[in-house]
Design a binder for this molecule. Structure first.
Ligand code: ATP
Ligand code: MG
Length: 464
């Protein structure tokens, strides 16, 4: 992993940046403090000088000594302002320069100090400062100094460089620690997880390639364990699928042959009706019905297997026409009248596989007829980008067994002679179209299934 694009590399750079950012906020007050300390050191040196001066008998010094004292303090003049009892005292150079800026150190505020400090740093000229400060040891309690700003500025710049160096050191040390910790705690385990995913992707069914998940209790550990659990589940369902596929293939083959055998049996048993034996004639309709049912069961199972992955032949067609074709194929089992109420407006178009949608509708229609309904009502309405088709009947509603296993192949048959495939096939076909089917009503008043299909591209569909 390249350090800068990787997670830890990026965090390294960010840590350096953040520490430097924090240092900027720390720097401002500390440089102001440094400046104040520097000035106060000069003030206390000046105070000592004045105290010493006051101890001399005539309170005067030679010019040479005065200059040496002023050099030590770093000032051009030290002045004690006059009080009620004393006159103005102090020591001065011969020709002190004129002051450029007056500073009062007696009650420094936090922000003014910071502003003054940056003022000193940003001012390139050699200003002369007049500093007024408290001097508790002196009679008047005050002392003034005249001094150059240049040495102060130089000291502040040196201080700033030290701070910068220190900040860089701190930030790189912190970042290095973060980098190492991160690699150890997150990046390495993440790589283990990635490797596990890659191995799984290469061969999902190979259980030997999976390493044991980490025993960590933190989020990474959870991810790792969950991943291992998920891989195991997927592996199992893949195995099961493979078995089911093999089984399905076998069932399909058996069904195919069985159907052909039964068709032959059915053809032969047709002749039984013409037998001379009255007993044979009596049982022959039951026998033929049973054989027919067996043939149908085989046929539907074959259809279901074939529908596993239908290839859609999408065309654009009016839904109303398709619904109209339902009438001839639907009939109630005992010959009662069965009516298809086609309420789909002529302008409603579908873009779908016509045969497959027809199979869905006829499956629903057959179910309604078989359940004892007398009327099938089909409506269609635009629903956002989709078309919602409702297929309702006036039958008795789904029996509990069918309700509990709704859309489950083979399990949902609630009537004798039912295979339990019709609804499962309907749902599979709808989903193959990118739509779906749901049961919206099932009670004594009837049953309504609602189908949703993506509408035709330039849909001029109107509610119907
Ligand atoms: N409109 C309906 N009214 C009442 N019951 C229904 C209706 N539609 C389905 N059912 C019940 O749901 C069960 C499942 O229907 P499904 O179409 O899946 O299977 P089937 O009709 O039993 O068999 P197949 O359609 O494969 O021949 C039916 O057996 C029936 O009991
Ligand atoms: Mg059915």
């Amino acid at each position: 992993m390249r350090p800068v694009t990787g997670l830890s590399g990026r965090l390294l750079l960010m840590t350096v940046a953040f520490v430097m950012l924090v240092e900027v906020f720390v720097y401002a007050p500390s440089v102001a403090r440094f400046r104040l300390d520097w000035l106060e050191a000069r003030v206390s040196a000046a105070q000592l000088t004045v105290i010493a001066l006051e101890a001399t008998p005539d309170q005067s010094v030679t010019t040479e000594l005065a200059n040496r004292l002023l050099d030590q303090v770093g000032a051009h003049a030290i002045v004690v302002p006059p009080t009620a009892t004393a006159v103005r005292r102090g020591i001065f150079r011969d020709m002190p320069p004129a002051m450029d800026l007056s500073l009062d150190l007696r009650s420094p505020g936090f922000f003014p100090l910071i502003a003054d400090a940056f003022g000193t740093l940003l001012h390139s000229g050699d200003r002369v400062l007049w500093v007024q400060a408290e001097a508790p040891e002196l009679a008047g309690g005050r002392i003034d100094l005249l001094l150059d700003e240049a040495p102060l500025r130089r000291a502040m710049i040196a201080f700033s460089w030290r701070i910068l160096g220190l900040s860089l050191l701190i930030s790189f040390l912190t970042a290095a620690l973060v980098f190492v910790t991160l690699r150890w705690m997150i990046v390495r385990p993440l790589r283990d997880i990635t490797r596990s995913i890659l191995l799984f992707r290469e061969n999902p069914e190979d259980a030997t390639r999976i390493d044991a998940p980490a025993q960590r209790s933190d989020e990474i550990g959870i991810v790792h364990r969950e991943l291992a659990a998920m891989e195991e589940t997927v592996r199992q369902s893949l195995r099961q699928r493979a078995r089911l596929a093999a089984l399905g293939e076998a069932v399909t083959r058996i069904n195919h042959d069985l159907r052909n055998i039964l068709t032959t049996v059915s053809l032969l048993s047709d002749r039984l009706g013409a037998s001379d034996d009255p007993e044979v004639r009596r049982v022959s309709p039951t026998l033929m019905a049973a054989i027919d049912r067996a043939v149908q069961l085989c046929q539907r199972t074959l259809d279901f297997a074939r529908d596993g992955g239908p290839l859609l032949k999408r065309t654009r067609f009016p839904l109303a026409d398709l619904v109209a074709e339902l009438t001839p194929v639907l009939s109630a089992p005992d010959g009662r009248p069965f009516l298809v109420d086609n309420r789909v407006a002529p302008g409603v178009d579908l873009e779908a596989d016509r045969d497959l949608v027809f199979r869905v509708l006829s499956n629903l229609g057959h179910n309604a007829a078989a359940a004892g309904a007398t009327r099938l009502t089909v409506t269609a309405a635009a629903e956002g980008p989709d078309l919602a088709i409702e297929v309702g009947d006036d039958g008795p509603g789904l029996p509990p067994k069918a309700m509990a296993n709704l859309f489950q192949p083979f399990a949902g048959a609630g009537r004798s002679g039912g295979t339990g495939l019709g609804l499962a096939i309907a749902r599979e076909l709808m989903r193959a179209h990118g739509g779906d089917i749901v049961l919206t009503q099932s009670d004594a008043a009837g049953t309504i299934f609602r189908l949703r299909l993506p509408a035709a591209a330039d849909a001029g569909n109107r509610a119907a």
